[in-house]
Design a protein around this ligand. Structure first.
Ligand code: TRP
Length: 473
C-alpha cells in the first residue's frame, strides 16, 4: 500500500517532527504537568515521570510510529492489516479511538480557558499583578458554565477547521511557525523566573526527590501522564506515523519528540513554581495553576498586557496542534474504515465530541455534573475511591482516560509490537536510515518484558490488588 493521493504525506522530513511534537506538546505540558507535579509533592514525582518517559514512553512511541508507517493505516486498519481481519487486536485500535474521543471532549474545555484568557488579556482585564485578584478571575471562569460552553464550541470549531484543511496545508504550516515561537516565549519567562525570590525553593521543589508526598496514585498518575504528554495510547502516533516518509529515521525522530516534550514540561514547572513560592501561594492549586500564576509573573515585566496576549494565544495554538491530532484519530477511523469523506467524518465527529463535552463544560457548577456528580460517585464507589477518582465529571473523565485507558492500551500496543509484528518488518523499520540501529535489541527487550511488566505492576498496585496479596503496602 502506498501513500495514496487522499492519504497525504508530510511535505518534508522536519514536517513530521514538528507536527508530532506539536501533538505531544500541549496543555499536558504547560497546564497539566505542573499542577499534578504540585499536587504530588514535586521532586519524587518528577523523577518517576522521567523514568516513565525514557523506559516506557519512548519505546512505545517508536512502536506506534512503526506500526503506522509499516501499514500506512490509522489504528484500527493497522491492527487489522498486521493481525488479520478477524483479529481481536482491532479492539485495541477501537479502544484508542474511544479514548481520543473522550479526551478531546474535556481537553477542549481547558483549551477554552486559554481562549478566554487570551480574550481577557486583549481587553486588559487581567494585566494586574495581585495574586488574589488573578486567582478570583480563574475561580469565576471555572464556575461560569455559559462561558465554558461557549469557548468549548468555539475551540472545537477551530479544531475542525484545521482538520478539514487536510494534512499538509493545515497541520504542518501551523506547527512550523508556532512551536518555535512557543519555545521562545517560554525561554523569556524562564529568565524572568530565575529572578524571583522563590526560584531556589522552586528548584528544590522540582528536583529534590522527597518521597513524603508520593502515593500509589501519584505513581499511576506519573505513568498515565507520560502517555498523555507524549500522545501515546490512542494511536495518534500510529496515524501520524502513517504519514512519515520511508526514508526518515524513526528512532531519532522519536527521541527528538520525547526530549522536546520533556524540556517544555520542565520549563513550565520552573516558570510556575517560582511565582508560587514568591507570592506565598501553594503548589497544590490544581487545574487553575497556570492561569493563576502566569498573569502574576508577566505583570512584573514591561509590556505585560502584550506578553499576556502572546502567552495565552500561544497556549491556544499549542492546544490546537494537540487537539487536531485527537480529532484526526477519531475522524481517520471513519475515513479509512467506513470510507466516509474527510469532510463528513470531520463534521460528524466534531459534533459528537462537542456534545459529549457538555458535561465537562458544566463541571465547575454545583449541579448535575459538578458537585452533585462528585457526591453521587462517592456514594457509589465509597469514600476512598470517591476521593481517588477525583471530583466532578471533568476530573473523573481525565482520571479514567489518563490513568487507566492510556496505560492499558499502551501496554497492549507494546505487546502487539513486540510479539505479533513480524521480526522482518520490525527490524527493517527500526534500522532503516538509522544511526541508532544498534539499539534494536535493547528496545525490543524493553517492549517485550519491561514495559508490560511495569504497566501491569503499576495498574495492579493502584487497584489495591498487590496490597491485598500482601506483596506491597
Ligand atoms: N499530548 C497532548 C498534550 O500533552 C495531548 C494529546 C494530543 C494526546 N493527542 C493525544 C494525548 C493523543 C494522548 C493521545 O497536551
Amino acid at each position: 500500500m502506498s501513500n495514496g493521493e487522499n492519504r497525504g504525506a508530510w511535505g518534508s522530513k522536519i514536517g513530521f517532527v514538528l507536527a508530532a511534537a506539536g501533538s505531544a506538546i500541549g496543555l499536558g505540558n504547560i497546564w497539566k504537568f505542573p499542577y499534578i507535579c504540585g499536587e504530588n509533592g514535586g521532586g519524587a514525582f518528577v523523577l518517576i515521570y522521567l523514568v516513565c518517559i525514557v523506559v516506557v514512553g519512548l519505546p512505545i512511541m517508536i512502536g506506534e510510529i512503526m506500526i503506522g508507517r509499516s501499514t500506512q493505516k490509522s489504528p484500527v486498519g493497522a491492527f487489522e492489516d498486521l493481525g488479520g481481519k478477524r483479529s481481536r487486536w482491532k479492539i485495541v485500535g477501537g479502544m484508542g479511538v474511544f479514548a481520543a474521543f473522550v479526551m478531546l471532549s474535556y481537553y477542549s474545555i481547558v483549551a477554552g480557558w486559554a481562549c478566554h484568557y487570551t480574550w481577557l488579556s486583549i481587553s486588559g482585564e487581567i494585566s494586574g499583578g495581585d495574586p488574589k485578584e488573578v486567582g478570583a478571575v480563574f475561580g469565576n471562569l471555572y464556575e461560569n458554565t455559559n462561558a465554558n460552553l461557549g469557548w468549548h464550541v468555539f475551540f472545537m470549531a477551530l479544531t475542525a477547521l484545521v482538520v478539514l484543511g487536510g494534512i499538509q496545508r493545515g497541520i504542518e504550516r501551523g506547527a512550523r511557525i508556532l512551536m518555535p515561537l512557543l519555545l521562545v516565549m517560554l525561554s523569556v519567562l524562564l529568565v524572568q523566573a530565575t529572578r524571583q525570590s522563590g526560584w531556589d525553593k522552586a528548584l528544590q521543589f522540582v528536583f529534590e526527590p522527597n518521597t513524603d508526598n508520593l502515593t500509589a496514585e501519584g505513581i499511576l498518575e506519573a505513568l498515565g501522564h507520560s502517555f498523555f504528554t507524549l500522545s501515546l495510547g490512542v494511536g495518534a502516533m500510529i496515524t501520524y506515523g502513517s504519514y512519515l516518509r520511508k526514508d526518515s529515521c524513526l528512532v531519532s525522530n522519536s527521541v527528538a519528540i520525547c526530549v522536546l516534550d520533556t524540556v517544555i514540561a520542565l520549563m513550565a514547572c520552573l516558570i510556575l513554581f517560582p511565582i508560587t513560592f514568591s507570592f506565598g501561594m501553594t503548589p497544590t492549586a490544581g487545574p487553575g495553576l497556570v492561569f493563576q500564576n502566569i498573569p502574576v509573573a508577566l505583570a512584573q515585566m514591561p509590556g505585560s498586557q502584550f506578553l499576556c496576549i502572546v502567552f495565552f494565544s500561544l497556549l491556544v495554538f499549542a492546544a490546537l496542534t494537540s487537539s487536531i491530532s485527537l480529532l484526526e484519530v477519531v475522524a481517520s477511523y471513519f475515513i479509512d474504515q467506513k470510507k466516509w469523506s474527510r469532510k463528513k467524518a470531520t463534521l460528524v465527529c466534531t459534533a459528537a465530541i462537542t456534545l459529549f463535552g457538555i458535561p465537562s463544560a458544566l463541571s465547575g457548577g454545583t449541579d448535575l455534573f459538578g458537585a452533585n456528580f462528585a457526591s453521587a460517585k462517592e456514594s457509589i464507589l465509597g469514600e476512598e475511591w470517591g476521593a481517588i477518582t477525583k471530583g466532578n465529571w471533568f476530573d473523573f473523565a481525565d482520571y479514567v482516560v489518563s490513568n487507566w485507558m492510556l496505560p492499558l492500551s499502551g501496554m497492549l500496543i507494546a505487546v502487539f509490537c513486540a510479539w505479533r509484528l513480524g521480526e522482518k518488518v520490525r527490524r527493517d523499520e527500526f534500522v532503516r536510515s538509522s544511526t541508532l540501529g544498534h539499539l534494536y535489541a535493547a528496545w525490543l527487550r524493553l517492549l517485550q518484558y519491561v514495559v508490560p511488566a511495569i504497566i501491569l505492576v503499576v495498574l495492579l498496585h493502584s487497584t489495591g490488588v498487590l496490597k491485598a496479596l500482601g506483596i506491597l503496602d
